[in-house]
Design a protein around this ligand. Structure first.
Ligand SMILES: [Fe+2]
Ligand SMILES: [Fe+2]
Length: 360
């Protein structure tokens, strides 16, 4: 069966287009004196990997609970309507809810792929073009890895409306830094926190490893946005910075309040409003919503969009305390965890080989 035939909701169109209005920019200076940017580019080249070989795709998912996640991570787990279901019905909900979440990862990665390619074309400096070109291949690999994982689910979902709106707004703007702000800061910051949940809670080794490896790359992408915007924003006027802050605040509220999984509840034929209400009210979900900001708030502070109105918005969202998160320590830990997955795979492979030799 073709991948496109596994959509759980019928696709309206097989392509999505967003009109673009920007200049393709060449740089004749070829200036490579920004050490941090060139260092990131070097890292981007050294850390390339192949999704088809680094991951052991012979591993299977669990038919009852594909990624082997704690039941409490299902947003409706404590609703009476779910509690009353038979084991088979519950397994079906788990399959679809997990495929739905993972589909948003894959669809968002395609958004990142297109944004990174736009940055290569539009950003004025060569060193940033160099780095962004490594991000293009990283994002292609992420789309590929999540697609391969979704093939094992046998069902995939379209991009949700709220995510499509955020990506549309980010891509439609003709100013180059808005791509960074929308994608590298907000969407990738959000994605990192969501991937982290899967990496740290999925007991299924295949699902956990895909997220660990993707995160190892994503940390560089967020660092790229941070480096570029930290140089650029102090050069803008107060009024120009204020426009960026408004975009940022809107995007953050949108992400916090609009990601309600409506399409999933509809597809599963569950009472949509009741499920959405439950998600909005449950303590676990509100903790998750604020957790999504752990990787965004410290970057926003660092790039200098830290006026009273931004701080006030974050205080209202209850996420201002993340401003002092040590982002570099988090990135080092993301890198180490991915390496630990490599070491485990090597250990398993070596053990199997040794066993086969002993049996000869
Ligand atoms: Fe990515
Ligand atoms: Fe990324």
């Amino acid at each position: 069966m073709k991948f496109q035939d596994t959509y759980g909701i019928a696709l309206k169109d097989s392509n999505w287009t967003i009109p673009q209005n920007f200049d393709a920019c060449f740089d004749w200076k070829y200036d490579d004196s920004r050490k941090a940017m060139m260092g990131l580019y070097q890292k981007g080249k050294e850390y390339q990997w192949d999704a088809t070989t680094r991951i052991d795709w012979s591993q299977e998912l669990d038919p009852e609970n594909p990624q082997q996640l704690p039941e409490e991570m299902l947003p409706i787990w404590d609703m009476p309507l779910y509690q009353k279901m038979s084991p088979k019905e519950k397994a079906n909900i788990r399959l679809h809810q997990q495929a739905f979440g993972l589909s948003q990862f894959m669809q968002g990665e395609q958004g990142a792929l297109i944004c990174a390619a736009k940055i290569v074309t539009q950003v004025p400096d060569m060193d940033a073009k160099f780095y962004a070109s490594t991000q293009v291949i990283d994002e292609a690999r992420h789309v590929e890895a999540y697609k391969m994982l979704l093939e094992k689910f046998g069902v995939v979902y379209p991009m949700t409306k709220p995510l499509a709106e955020l990506i549309d707004q980010t891509l439609r703007d003709s100013r180059w830094d808005f791509t960074y702000l929308g994608m590298q800061v907000v969407i990738e910051g959000l994605a990192l926190a969501a991937f982290q949940q899967m990496r740290d809670y999925a007991q299924n080794p295949l699902a956990a490893s895909v997220n660990a490896y993707v995160m190892q790359d994503e940390a560089r992408h967020v660092a790229f946005g941070r480096l570029t915007l930290r140089d650029y924003y102090p050069q803008l006027t107060e009024a120009e910075r204020s426009e960026r802050e408004e975009f940022l605040i809107d995007a953050c509220w949108h992400m916090r309040d609009r990601f309600d999984n409506r399409e999933l509840w509809e597809a599963l034929d569950l009472p949509v409003e009741a499920c959405m209400q439950h998600m909005a009210d449950s303590g676990a979900m509100s903790n998750f919503r604020s957790f999504l900001f752990t990787r965004i708030v410290p970057i926003v502070k660092d790039i200098g969009l830290w006026s009273p109105k931004v701080r006030e918005a974050y205080a209202k969202m209850g996420v201002l305390n993340y401003a002092d998160t040590d982002v570099e320590a988090l990135q080092q830990s993301d890198d180490q965890i991915a390496k630990d997955f490599d070491a485990r795979r090597k250990y398993v492979d070596d053990t199997i080989k040794a066993g086969a030799k002993a049996a000869e």
